[in-house]
Design a protein around this ligand. Sequence first.
Ligand code: NAG
Ligand code: NAG
Ligand code: NAG
Ligand code: NAG
Length: 957
Amino acid sequence: MMACTKIFGYYVIPLLFLFASIKCEKRSLNVSTLCMKEETVALLKVKKDLNDPSDYLSSWVGKDCCSWIGIQCDNQTGNILNLNLQPDLLSPSPLGGKINPSLADLKHLSHLDLSRNDFEGIPIPEFIGSLRRLNYLDLSYANFSGRVPSQLGFLSNLHYLNIDDVTRTLWVRDISWLSSLSSLQYLNMDGVNITDKPHQLFRSVNKMSSLLELHLSYCNLAYIPPSLPFLNITSLSVLDLSGNPFNSSIPSWLFNLSSLTELHLSDSSLTGLVPFTRGRHKLCKLEVLDLDFNDLTSDITEMIEALSCSNQSLRFLYLSDSQLTGKLPHSLGKFISLEDLDLFIYSENSHTGVSGPIPTSIGNLSSLESLNLGNNMMNGTIPESIGKLTNLYTLNLLENYWEGTMTNIHLHNLTNLISLSLSSKHNSFALKVTNDWVPTFKDLSNVEISSCQVGPTFPNWLRDQNSLNEIILESAGISGKIPHWLYNMSSQISYLDLSHNNISGYFPKQMNFTSSNTPSIDFSFNRLKGSIPLWSGVSALYLKNNLLSGTIPTNIAKEMSQLSYLDLSNNYLNGRIPLSLNETQNLFYLDLSNNYLLGEVPEFSTSMQNLEIIDLSNNSLSGGIPTSICSLPSLYILELNNNNLSANLSSAFENCIQLQTLSLENNKFFGSIPNEISKNIPSLSELLLRGNTLTGSIPKELCHLPSLHLLDLAENKFSGSIPTCLGNVNGFKIPQTYFNYSFLSSRVLRYVPYMKHTNLVINGRIVEYSKQTHSIIDLSKNNLSGEIPVNITQLIHLGALNLSWNHLTGNIPNNIGLLKDLENLDLSHNNLSGPIPTSMASMTFLSYLNLSYNNFSGQIPTANQFGTFNEPSIYEGNPRLCGKPLPSNCSSLLDRSGEQERKHGDDEKIERLKLYASIVAGYITGFWIVCGSLILKRSWRNAYFNFLYDMKDKFWF
Ligand SMILES: *[C@@H]1O[C@H](CO)[C@@H](O)[C@H](O)[C@H]1NC(C)=O
Ligand SMILES: *[C@@H]1O[C@H](CO)[C@@H](O)[C@H](O)[C@H]1NC(C)=O
Ligand SMILES: *[C@@H]1O[C@H](CO)[C@@H](O)[C@H](O)[C@H]1NC(C)=O
Ligand SMILES: *[C@@H]1O[C@H](CO)[C@@H](O)[C@H](O)[C@H]1NC(C)=O
């Protein structure tokens, strides 16, 4: 993603530029010299082979080829010197087709430009190498592919060579031909896969003593010479080596290139220190330094100080996600030309970055337009001198450890401000402005102030902004009602997040959202009352955790036909789920959980092509499961747990091809798990059926579900034995990660994780698991008999195994210690016997164990974890078990009959039964969806926004 952003920046912007410059060139083309006959013939052959859908070459008729579009002749000899077929910016379709070899008859051609056409993947023609007089060759963005012909090496007069390949389908193996192009001033091979001989490449390039610009980004170069014996390319002004997998430190010769104005090294797996020490005073003309997305270990203080030579020239300093540490030095204030300082860290939960306060000298950066310090480790108060940055249009101070208070003094003179983002991980940060403050900026378009005390009143200074479209005031301590001026602004809003405040009152019925803005509205975690508002045009509506009541309006689909996310969970809604939800064809995510909804699960229409997640859990729904559920082509999470649903499971869920998570816990489902389950729900990875009245045996077919990693069948009436094939299920053998369940968020164009939790009763305790990241088998409280399958020990990433309260017999498999990730093991209340295997001592993650009420015998192991299990109750009810923490010492037990002991144990068993029953009755399924808030995750949003402004920067070079 990062890489893409960058490519986009580097490729698209120059593209716009070239279009602009070419247009000017074309105006001066009309020279009326009669051109050579052979050359006319050659051009007509070229024309014949080209596809020209927009008739760009319509002027290519008659004999006077020098007046044709794209042609320039020598006004003495009439020879064609210049052939420029780059399409007009406004031309709907570029040229395509073949390039006729008679092009090579234009022997005098010195300038050839075929860029921005679409040659649909044909190779670059080798005969171009015979145009020996060429000094300018531009084949960029023309959709050529395959090998770059070595014949280009014959063009020894070339000053300009551009084969920039945005599609990354060109490649070069032997680059030695490049060494004959020693007159090059401009070389651009961005995106060309240069796999072999990168040494040769740098040797050839170093011969080009006239070289001014070198672009070798995304060339798959795995090598950069650590040193050069002699530096010939001393005139080099622009060097772009970004996006190559160098995996090395930054070679110091780069910092001896004293003419450099731009150095781009982003996303290049560069490590270690930035080698300023030797180049300290060399890069004195630098205007752009881009080290984004690397793994540098430099201290930013040293770096800024080493750059001091360029403190008059440096305009753009990109150090985002480059792993720099240290503090911003006072000397930063000397960079008076600096327009953009970007230290943003993209990775979530990063614990690295720049620390310390913002130096007060920041106020001297009078050219600064964009300051982005988001997601670092900075602290202290924000200096008032920031208010002197009158050119600033974007200020991003998100997610640091700011303290103290910002006031209107900080912001008042930022007349150009377009984007303001503030938040702190320190809870004493506040933004306090005077009541009557009217900012000098009027065109704020994005404001995010979160985890920062702004309230208790709504920030009224926002009301005069003309073009606000993103308003995020999350966890901002705002209480009271929604102000009226916000409604007036609604038509321009694309994003409104007022979640996690104390906003009360009712929603206004009329909001004037505009569907083309795809507005996303989040009022979750407030104290809003009344019924569900029907706001047309809205695409995402999050009202989770409020005091909303009443029914879901039946006309919701009609009024809000654009809905793609709807989260009304944790409110007081009642009544039935309206059938008409069917008509929200864009719906992707539906969460109505934790309400008081009644009636049946509605039929869903197959036209809901995008519906991926349905959560209706924790309501009072009754009836069965509509068969149409399985005809939703994208459905992959279905949460219906904790309702009153009742149906025979044997016949539900046929052909649920996509379904991955099926949560039906605590309902009244009956019947058995169908044998065809692996055919009907082949993608199933989480099956939660706890707390129903299911019968029959656990079918072997479950073992044919390759992704299964959560199997909760507890508290049912399953009988028979545990299928021995369970040990073969791959899902339990691979570590689970969050991104298994990510989905594409329409807003940020990123995959975001969806996470729900499930509670299991383990060892009498309620343990919360995140479904997507844990491997769990819970078969407790059934009527299972037989032995624990030996090969269950192959499920090496199993995190919890609960087989308690069944009638299992036999031994614990000897090598159970192979379950290295096991944290919870409950085998209590069975008829298991034999010793506790010593291999269990190697289960170092095991933190909860219960072996009580079985017939285990022998000595309790004492090694490792067992030293910490000193609660006797986890072993009790096993009269033949001895050793710590039980009172019975092993030597005496051997002589005694266990009879009396066992009887005593039974009494106690009944007592514990009562206790367990009460715990289970109090069982709650807790859950938590990150979805809503993560979709909107601020740094991603920020990244996106920042990217737009990055483009702007790059455009204005
Ligand atoms: C050709 O014409 C252009 C403009 O008419 C002129 O500037 C240029 O000097 C001419 N070239 C020669 C070689 O006469
Ligand atoms: C570049 O070429 C190498 C070798 O032919 C190939 O393995 C690699 O996948 C290519 N890389 C790209 C980005 O096309
Ligand atoms: C430097 O450039 C000159 C002139 O092009 C060339 O003769 C010489 O070999 C080059 N030196 C190196 C080390 O490549
Ligand atoms: C900032 O953090 C550093 C390191 O944790 C600490 O030493 C320093 O006192 C903090 N500064 C302020 C102003 O809180």
